[in-house]
Write a protein that binds this ligand. Sequence first.
Ligand code: 13P
Ligand code: 13P
Ligand code: MG
Ligand code: MG
Length: 366
Amino acid sequence: MMPKTTISVMKADVGSFPGHSRTHPKLLEKAARLLRDQEGNLLIDSFVTHCGDDIELIMTHTHGVDNEKVHKLAWDVFMECTAVAKSMKLYGAGQDMLADAFSGNVKGMGAGVAEMEFEERASDPVLVFMADKTQPGAWNFFLYKIFADPFNTAGLVIDPSLHKGFVFEVHDLIEKRMILFSCPEDLYRLLAYIGAPSRYVIKHVFRREGEIAASTSTQRLVLVAGRYIGKDDPVMIVRAHSGFPAVGEVLEPFCTPVLVAGWMRGSHNGPIMPVGVCDANCTRFDGPPRVTCLGFQLCNGELIGPADMFDDPAFDRVRGRCNELADMIRAHGPFEPHRLSPDEMEYTTLLAAEKELTSRWTPIPE
Ligand code: 13P
Ligand code: 13P
Ligand code: MG
Ligand code: MG
């Protein structure tokens, strides 16, 4: 019997140019070479890419999720890339590396991690999503549409293998607790929580029988570091077809322009724009937020691909609508709802700006 395949996607922003717009090719080359050195050893296969200023490591192996050696490899890659970034004085060099030394798992040390382990089917299409200038909860809307909305996913209606629905594992990032919602019967309860994506984040989606369907990174840098240092810029892995939504059903929700938190200084809402990798560079107002998707077929752990899924004129219209939405919300300037709500702003530099004014506030006369 073939061993189970694990796919691990790990990302970090360890420096970019100019400003927070994109990674430097030298960092990507370095990361790709270090991972390639491990193919046939710790890894089966690997692919390195970027979304905006974040380096994305896509790795396959047989060691399961949370494997210390695989996490250590990613840590070493990010540290070596940090050194390259520092040597070029790139912007925010080492930004996301919150620890001095590795301590078992890159989660909680600044990197974003999404992993899943499964027995490969006869054919196993996998989609890897990567976002810049946003937070992990940004996936909530899309995962709901993919796995719970019959107006998006035709298979929920016409494919008996999807009729039982899916189970959503939701994490409360503030209270550090989790809950399972079985849909369709828990649909409204699920929405009651995931509609607040800065706190409640879908971590995994499973088939009723327990088979993993989707996995996301849920690390929030502000909660790890206790202060604003950069946005989390999450990743997500989704399996498709044969008991899961089809590839096209997984991509379809990205045709809706939705607002997410994380644009400019991590302090503004903006439309998340699906783009091909060559357009995954954040320019206007450091954005707008981007999402890319690479598609693979797995073959005994080998990554057949990638296919650049949003590099397609079929997504031109949503990109146009995102640009219109960007104009509209940018016109608000420093006003909400472009700027995040006060509780979200607590994690930004606004607090320091407010501190300077403490002594100038006086009580309103009775
Ligand atoms: P094929 O018939 O080409 O396999 O496509 C099936 C499908 O579900 C496409 O959405
Ligand atoms: P990143 O979180 O992608 O580094 O962006 C930070 C920022 O402040 C952009 O304006
Ligand atoms: Mg950055
Ligand atoms: Mg980033």
